[in-house]
Design a protein around this ligand. Structure first.
Ligand code: KIV
Ligand code: ZN
Length: 509
């Protein structure tokens, strides 16, 4: 019997703190459902006290999933705990994740509190939360720069107050594997009652050590690992859970511990998170990067052809990377599409299927082979529920060197009225964005623009990400089309719609 390592996924909370990432409620639910299929034990759905929108999203996630425990983050104050209580009203299998900083610099400069005050606020918060929650996790923010004696004494008090999980974040990605594991050994030796709680690690990747630090903590006896899919998160991100899970699995001979993650769902989850957060995955990213299982050099290819294990320590199938068994094209019917959706993990009502089938047929008319990615992309387009202030109706581009490109854009506004403008630009994309700017009446600054090919082949779908800002908010959008200029317009319009939604809901900078 192996020792189980619990997985705590914070893609929807710490991951959403990635600069520029902003998930709406439907997207959060979509990711949470996939995290459930991935077999995650605990999902941190957000920070209910942050805004009414966050509270509703936390509630929606908790209602949507069955198996994982869903938690909300909270500071050590009554208002934050009450917000979590409100978010989870009437829902089972939920918990709270309370945190306070314990390092000298954070206590003095950020909180302006003494050690004694931090201890008493922590005890008070846990006792208060106990009235509402059984599952209480307590985190000591910046624990790896905290004084060890203080950490031991506050840990003891928090356990006495009723916390069930103690989490020691390496908030600024500062620790090393050796130091981190040493800290857990000291805590286990010195803290009264520590054997009654679950110990957890939470690592950031500032020095590129988040995965290895998490593994060191696990080796030192921690039984819960926190992280985000694809390693997204504040600054350089959080520990990528897929890396930790695969390291445990591949080196089971060494660790003798494993998660109960359904590893075959990793590729799908990773792609979904990448797409909805508009955070592309680097080709050399372990486990999930495009090159993770690719072999370029002749010597390597020769070895792999003779025996895969010469250069592959893991199988692509283990993480769900396999060639599709069902290839769809323009002759495929509803039945084939339903089968493909099931294979991809989607279950749609008849009405939804009819809607998606129509879109699928439109795409199949333009594209010879419709790949899994195309289908996922198609479904993604349908899962945002924000107000569409503008929709692309038509796009005309005039491009001939050495003239400046000119774009004429027709948008349908939310009253279905056509608005049309034209503009020159430094390139075709610039011209499109300038023309859209003339219609939307917002002062937009383009922060980021990326093009990716989502599918393979000459008629591949291209995906464009844009990040924009105005005086009030930052937002991002993505657009997918077999034409990259059309994809750019979609992405820009999506980002504009999001900024407008944010301004409307008062979620501003
Ligand atoms: O990194 C960190 O310290 C955190 C806490 C809020 C748990 O994310
Ligand atoms: Zn964190």
């Amino acid at each position: 019997m192996y020792k189980k390592i619990y997985t705590f996924d914070t893609t929807l909370r710490d991951g959403e703190q990635t600069p520029g990432v902003n998930l709406n409620q439907k997207e959060k639910v979509e990711i949470a459902l996939q995290l459930e299929r991935l077999g995650i034990d605990i999902i941190e759905a957000g920070f209910a006290a942050a805004s009414p929108g966050d509270l509703n999203a936390v509630r929606a996630v908790a209602k949507a999933v069955n198996e994982p425990i869903v938690v909300s983050l909270a500071r050590t104050n009554k208002e934050d705990i009450d917000a979590a209580v409100k978010a989870f009203e009437g829902i089972k299998n939920v918990g709270i994740h309370i945190f306070i900083a314990t390092s000298p610099i954070h206590m003095e400069k950020k909180l302006n509190l003494t050690e004694e005050q931090v201890i008493s606020k922590s005890i008070e918060a846990v006792r208060y939360a106990r009235q509402f929650f059984d599952h209480i996790e307590f985190s000591f923010e910046d624990s790896t720069r905290s004084d060890m004696n203080f950490l031991c004494s506050i840990s003891e008090k928090v356990i006495e107050a009723g916390a069930k999980v103690l989490n020691y974040p390496d908030t600024v990605g500062y620790t090393t594997p050796w130091e981190y594991s040493e800290r857990f050994k000291i805590l286990k030796n010195r803290v009264e009652g520590i054997d009654k709680v679950i110990l957890s690690c939470h690592c950031h990747n500032d020095l590129g050590m988040a995965t290895v630090n998490s593994l060191a903590a696990i080796e030192a006896g921690v039984t819960q690992v926190e992280g985000c899919l694809n390693g997204i998160g504040e600054r350089a991100g959080n520990a990528p859970l897929e890396e930790v899970a695969l390291a445990l699995e591949t080196r089971y001979d060494y660790f003798r511990k494993r998660t109960t993650m359904n590893l075959k769902e990793i590729a799908k989850t990773s792609k979904l998170v990448s797409r909805l957060t508009a955070m592309p995955i680097s080709a050399t990213k372990p486990i999930i990067g495009d090159n993770a299982f690719a072999h370029e050099s002749g010597i390597h290819q020769d070895g792999v052809l003779k025996d895969k294990e010469t250069y592959e320590i893991m199988k692509p199938e283990t993480v769900g990377l396999k060639e599709s068994s069902l290839i769809l094209g323009k002759l495929s019917g509803r039945h084939a599409l339903r089968g493909k959706l099931a294979e991809l993990g989607y279950s749609l009502s008849d009405e939804e299927l009819s809607f998606v089938f129509k879109k699928f047929k439109d795409l199949a008319d333009r594209k010879k082979q419709v790949l899994d990615e195309d289908i996922i992309t198609l479904l993604d387009k349908e899962i945002t529920n924000e107000i569409e202030y503008y929709k692309l109706k038509a796009l005309y581009i005039s491009y001939s060197t050495p003239e400046q490109p000119y774009a004429s854009v027709q948008l349908l506004d939310k009253y279905e009225l056509v608005q049309e403008e034209g503009a020159y630009g430094n390139g075709a994309v610039d011209a499109i964005f300038n023309a859209i700017d003339k219609i939307i009446d917002l002062n937009i600054e383009l922060l980021d623009y990326k093009i990716l090919s989502v599918t393979k082949g000459k008629d591949a779908q291209g995906e464009v990400y844009v990040q924009i800002k105005n005086e009030e908010a930052v937002s991002q959008g993505r657009g997918i089309s077999i034409d990259i200029l059309e994809a750019s317009a979609y992405a820009y319009i999506m980002a504009v719609n999001r900024i407008k939604n944010k301004i409307e809901q008062n979620v501003t900078l």
